[in-house]
Structures are given as structure tokens and as C-alpha cells.
Ligand binder design. Sequence first.
Ligand SMILES: Cc1ncc(COP(=O)(O)O)c(C=O)c1O
Length: 416
Amino acid sequence: MELEDCQSEKFATRVIGAKFKKEDAHGAISMPIYRNAAFEYPSSEAIANAFQNKTDTHTYSRISNPTVENLELRIKAASGAENVMLVSSGMASISNTFMTLAYAGSNIVTSPHLFGNTFSLFKFTLAEFGVEVRFVNTDNLSEIESAMDDNTCAFFCELITNPHMEIADLPKIAAITKAKGVPLIVDTTIVPWCGFSAKKQGVDIEVVSTTKYVSGGATSVGGAILDYGTFDWSKNKKLSKVTPTASMSAFMFKIKREIARNMGACMDSETASLQALGMESLQLRFNHMSQTAYELAQFLSDNDKVTKVGYTKLESSPYKKISDQLFPSNPGAMLTFNLATKDDCYRFMDRLKIIRRATNLFDNKTLIIHPESTIYGTFTAEMKQVMGIEDNLLRLSVGLEHIEDLKKDILEALAF
Ligand SMILES: Cc1ncc(COP(=O)(O)O)c(C=O)c1O
């Protein structure tokens, strides 16, 4: 991977320099917050033209909004995607994507090692609409290939699985999905565009929880859907009926003109404004947090009370080789570690003074959670086994605090 594409200082320059679609009437250098529901037109013909998509203007903020559109342009500049659509959460980005692609009788090939709500969406919610989920071991390429058939609407995976810390070999999987005519859809929430280039790795559609790195410190909840314009949607039985336009693929056309506006999970302008500001410091925060995460992973590996550490850059990770290939710097600010028992995990968490007991990822504050009893707490023991959730595992999302303070907090909490 060429550094310039995702990792150089040019990233921040590109994001900060992304132009507004229309010049601001007052010369504002940050996009104003358009906190209005509707947009007025000078004549009945003009508003009719806008509703019939004959003009590229805004009519109603559930459908589009200038502040939200401005963040979409920044994400396009950051990622190199052909088209970007923002929605109200990371889960909305996944559910809207699959409402667009999937149909009764279709199937999704994926790992069972998924974020809890994504697992539940595939296994329970979409199942009731006649969509089948086929779980495979993503380390086994021939299993992936043989699970796909004419009704496979997507191969889906998370960039680094959470909390298992596994990496699917995207370049090899992209070769399979291309040959099979199946879109490759990846949830890249765990490493942002300045640390990973989905475009370079053959990803067709990228979904992201912008709640995490993009929001600029857990300011707001949001999601993004990125289309790299690389997939021939005539291969999807549903989208083959949609005619693409010069500016939108059949996928983007369907999601923007029908699915997202019917589902109604739009991003609001205040969130877009906060997240546009978050984009300006994204590279700086990512570099700092992920370097601290790498050093903490090494530090935890040396502690006798810690039985295992999950961070894919460590020599001990079976995914080290692919991690180094996909991530030119560090593979993000999330790490996991195991203690001897669940009781030890609780004991450790309750003694922490700086690190916060909270869910979420990539806040400026360091957060810890015991996934088995929280994110996965309402799943049955049998499901937890399918999902590979261990009860002696902790997940740490590393923030911006000084590393020595974090090490001290960890060491003191481990002295039980
Ligand atoms: C990998 C991943 N994808 C999606 C989501 C869902 O994002 P949101 O909470 O913004 O809906 C999360 C949330 O933690 C996540 O970790």
C-alpha cells in the first residue's frame, strides 16, 4: 500500500481542505448547522422539479441536508469513495445496506464473530423477512467460497472482529467475491480511513459507525455507507432491476432514493457538524491512541496475571502478517486481554480509577468493558458459544490520557 493513500500528513490536509458544495453566503469557514426541516422554493414548478430529482437541491432534512452533505464530502475526500451516505448510527448503516441488497430467499455469508447487534440483525431480524445467514470460518477460504451461491447478496465481515481480534484476509477474499459476482462489504469501524484503505483492498461497500473515531470524542451517534463504485449490481437479483445514473450506482440509487428515506434513520445536522469537526483531528487522535494501545498491549503481555492479549500487531497474534499488510501503522486503539476468571475481571474493573467502566470505542477517554456480561449479556449461553464470547475477557478502548497514568492505573488495579 502506498502511504500517501491513507497514512501521510496529506490525509488531514485533504479532509480539512474539502470544499463546501456551494460557497457560504457569509464566508463561514466551518459549515453552518442547517437545523431546519424544510427548504423553500420560489415557484410550484421549482419545488416539483426538486421533488422529481431534476435539480440537485434540498427539500426536506430526512432526505438530505447541507450540513450532512458537507460531512459526506469530507468522508469522500478522506476515503476516495465514489459516493457516501450518512445515517443515524452504525447499526443504521448496516441495516439500510442490507435492506437495499437482501431479498426473501437471499443469503449473507459472514463470520459468527460479529458485534452483538449485527449478529442479532442477521440471525433474528432479517431471518423473519426470509433472509438466511450462513456462518463460516473466515480463516477458511474454501469454506467461504463454497457457502456462496446465486442468491448470495453479500460477503460481510468486520475489519478486526470485536472482541475476538481476528482479521479476514481481505485481498484473498476480494478475489473470491469478484470471481463469484458477490459484493464484499466490510464494517471498518475499528480502523479509520487514515489507517486503512478499503479502496486499495477491493472492498465494494464500507459501513462505519461514525460514533467511534469520527465523532471526535463520543460527541454523537452516527453511521456512514461508502460505495467505491467497484461492483456490477446487475449481478444482484434485486438491484439488477434498478438503472444506475451517471452519478450513482444501482446500490446508491436504491438506498438514497428509496430505502434510507423510507426507513427514516437520517443523520441530523447538529451531529454532522460535530462529526465534521471530529474529522479534522481524526488522524492526530488515531495515531496517538493506537500507538498507546500498541504499547499497552506489550505492557499487558508482560504481566503474569494476564493470560492472553489480543492485539494483531503483537508477535503472539496469528493475524500479525495480515495485520502488517493491511495496516501500515497500528491496527487501532482497541485491545483485549484475559484474566484467569470472570471474578478477576470484575475485581480488576472495580479497582480502576482513571479508566472508565463504559461501553463505546475510541472516545478520548480510555474505556473498559466486560463484553460477555454487557454487550452479549442477553444472549443465551449457546449463542455466546457460537459467537465465541469468553467470560474472562476484557475489552479496552484506549483514549488520549498519558500512557504512564494508564499503566499505573492498570498495575494498581491488577494488585488484588
Ligand atoms: C464494529 C461495530 N460495528 C457497528 C457498531 C454499531 O454502531 P452504533 O452504535 O453507532 O450503531 C459498533 C458499536 O459498537 C461496532 O463496534
